[in-house]
Design a binder for this molecule. Structure first.
Ligand code: GAL
Length: 678
């Protein structure tokens, strides 16, 4: 949370998207009663209510919203009031068909769902700002409104529009970036394939074309699309600020589920409170790791606590098969988000819809009503969050930093790479997973972040890096840090130009290695590894002919075209050390290597627990809060220091805390001096 505009809801906020416009008003009274029963403290309202709030251009009907906000106020429930701009009404598109987005293939889409508009459309911008201003003025002083929820999940369905208006706006963005057309030509390498531009107006969005489009063109397009949506957000935010200068503003991010359209490092500083939406992927056998990664990434973007704006109580409706949660999973998921820095938990949505596109999506109050497991779990969670109120504002404790960068992700996944099997998120998660299993806390950082307080800095994948980022990372090792870099990193600069002289380009010197040729591995192909790695170790995805230039070989290929060549290296660099993983080691080997790096760097986990029990610590002013989450379902008994209290039960603990099977315990551990007094 970046400014003094903070959330005036006590403790950990609890609630969800509340869309009572889907129901007759008689139902609202029951909603209030049940929300109070569940301990709901804040709901997000109005997210998709543009068509009802503004039935015709410039004509408003706020009567329903007035009644709703008053009702919430009477019931002591705070409102996170949304601008409804993610779903423009049909009347808008009938008068502005040009505001409908055009896809890569030149097809103009139709209205009839949501988020189907062109981000560069002046008509959309004007209409969105008009309803935002009107809403802001009307409700700035309403006592129920504690936060503005701008739009909804920017870019979720319309990350890019390829229409002529977008093309014009893209050119303006490029003029600002390059000023001189010949600089753009050089940055994009347009001498290749006769792509040289003589006039700014010749430049188009990367629409469908016969062969591979220019990589830098595509990369700049992604940067532009993220910035263009960001400018919509900041315009709405600024309009709200005029009306309500001290009310915090958020918009809900989506840092996971393969959504990669927005460079959230650029977005986060523009929010008063960072919030995120997270959903489990049914096909993920270890989705608890995804929860943790998403939480750590969001906390890192926020630079502290954040809000979980959406999650599901059970199945979603947008995957091929939508799995319900297992017993206890709702509680484990929610409290894991808290463990990783959430100061509030909210769901999509309060009451399961009877009709509409999301009628098969779970909710806090399911179709089955209150006689249901979900309702029971929802009420229980309300009690849990109340019991954890004091955890609010406590912070993370990571000694390990993992570099995360959207530009590098976009560039890595462009077409025509040495291998199209490299998925940024998979690579990062494969490094994150062993750290998670060993309960090592992790922060995510930008390549140019201040790294001085980390003991270990990991770079699982950083294909693209600018000179400043590269210098920051290598300087960290030179000044005594432990740095580890994954293959195909440092390969290109910010314009996607290959760094010449051998691989891995920007990191060659610090890593003490140089390779002259890349040998990506085919799907299913493995390369046998020997050396200081577990017996039977293998690499997949990648190999390269690596020469040692000062580094020692930790592991090498035992046969194949690169037999005898190093695959994992370690270099004493300056007063620190720099590792290079020139292949993708199997999970055990990667875990062994990371474990060795952690112990060499002096990284300590908060508490050792049995496998499958996640242990996360948040640091408060006077105490630490240790979350113990049993994902394995075996239960656990763990020793704790004297003076410890289990917060969910309120019991003072003597000697050890027990975590029931598949359940969660949260202990308050006083700092040593207070423990002495206890
Ligand atoms: C989110 C969206 C919600 C709802 C939810 C369903 O992406 O913000 O409005 O659609 O997904 O999982």
């Amino acid at each position: 949370m970046t400014t003094e505009r903070t959330l005036s809801v006590p403790g950990l906020a609890y609630g969800g998207d509340y869309n009572p416009e889907q129901w007759p008003e008689e139902v609202w009274a029951e909603d209030m009663r049940l929300m109070r029963e569940a301990g709901v403290t804040m709901v997000s309202v109005g997210i998709f209510s543009w068509a009802l709030l503004e039935p015709a251009e410039g004509t408003y009907d706020f009567s329903r919203m007035d009644r709703l906000l008053d009702l919430l106020r009477e019931n002591g429930i705070a409102a996170d009031l949304a601008t409804p701009t993610a779903a423009p009404p049909a009347w808008f598109f009938r008068s502005h068909p040009e505001a409908l987005p055009v896809d890569r293939d030149g097809r103009r889409l139709s209205y009839g769902s949501r988020q189907t508009f062109c981000a560069s459309s002046p008509a959309y911008r004007e209409a969105a700002l008009r309803i935002t201003r009107t809403l802001g003025e009307r409700y700035a002083e309403h006592p129920a409104v504690v936060m503005w929820h701008v739009h909804n999940e920017y870019g979720c369905h319309n990350a890019a529009c390829y229409c002529d208006t977008s093309a014009e706006t893209f050119r303006r963005w490029l003029r600002e970036r390059y000023e001189d057309l010949s600089d753009l030509n050089h940055a994009w390498g347009t001498t290749f394939w006769s792509q040289w531009y003589y006039d700014w107006d010749e430049i188009l969005p990367p629409r469908a074309t016969g062969a591979v489009p220019n990589p830098t063109h595509q990369l700049d397009w992604r940067r532009f699309c993220s910035d263009e949506l960001l400018s919509l957000y900041t315009a709405e935010r600024d309009a709200l600020r005029v009306a309500a200068p001290s009310t915090p503003v958020t918009t809900n991010f989506m840092v996971m589920e393969n959504f990669d359209a927005l460079d959230y490092w650029r977005w986060a500083p523009e929010l008063d409170i960072v919030s995120n939406d997270h959903y489990l992927m049914s096909a993920d056998p270890a989705s608890e790791i995804d929860v943790a990664l998403s939480g750590d990434l969001t906390r890192s973007l926020a630079g502290g606590p954040w809000l979980l704006m959406e999650h599901s109580t059970g199945a979603v409706n947008w995957q091929p098969v939508n799995r319900a949660k297992r017993p206890g999973e709702l509680r484990r998921n929610a409290l894991a988000h808290v463990a990783h820095g959430a100061d509030g938990i909210a769901y999509f949505q309060w009451r399961a819809a009877e009709a509409g596109a999301e009628q098969w999506h779970s909710a806090m109050l399911p179709h089955a009503g209150t006689e249901s497991r979900i309702w029971h779990d929802v009420v229980r969670l309300g009690g849990d969050l109340k019991a954890l109120a004091e955890v609010r504002d406590s912070i993370g404790t990571a000694e390990v930093a993992v570099v995360w960068d959207w530009n590098a992700r976009w560039a890595l996944e462009l077409p025509s790479q040495p291998s199209s099997d490299l998925r940024y998120l998979d690579l990062v998660r494969s490094w994150y997973e062993p750290l998670w299993r060993s309960n090592h806390a992790v922060d995510f950082v930008r390549p140019d972040a201040d790294l001085s307080h980390y003991r270990l800095v990991l770079v699982p994948s950083l294909y693209l890096v600018d000179d400043a980022g590269a210098a920051n990372l290598t300087g960290y090792a030179e000044r005594g840090g432990t740095l580890a870099v994954g293959f195909h990193s440092g390969a290109v600069d910010e314009n996607c130009h290959v760094r010449l002289g051998g691989y891995p380009g920007a990191f060659r010197e610090a890593l003490g290695v140089r390779s002259d040729e890349l040998f990506p591995l085919l799907p299913g192909e493995t390369a046998a590894l020997g050396g200081q790695v577990p017996p039977g170790a293998t690499g997949t995805l990648w190999s390269e002919r690596l020469y040692l230039k000062g580094a020692e070989a930790i592991a090498g290929y035992t046969d194949g075209p690169l037999g005898g060549c190093a695959a994992v290296t370690r270099h004493a660099y300056g007063t620190g050390s720099a590792w290079y993983l020139a292949t993708h080691p199997d999970a055990d080997t990667l875990a062994t290597l990371l474990d060795r790096m952690c112990s060499e760097a002096g990284v300590v986990a908060p508490l050792a627990g049995p496998p499958g029990v996640e242990i996360v610590r948040r640091r408060g002013e006077d105490a630490d809060y240790v979350f113990l989450i049993d994902h394995a379902g075996d239960g656990a008994e763990l020793p704790v220091p004297p003076g410890t209290t289990e917060l969910l039960t309120g019991k003072r603990i003597q000697g050890s805390v027990s975590v029931p099977a598949g359940d969660v315990a949260v202990v308050r551990v006083p700092r040593p001096d207070e423990a002495g007094a206890a």
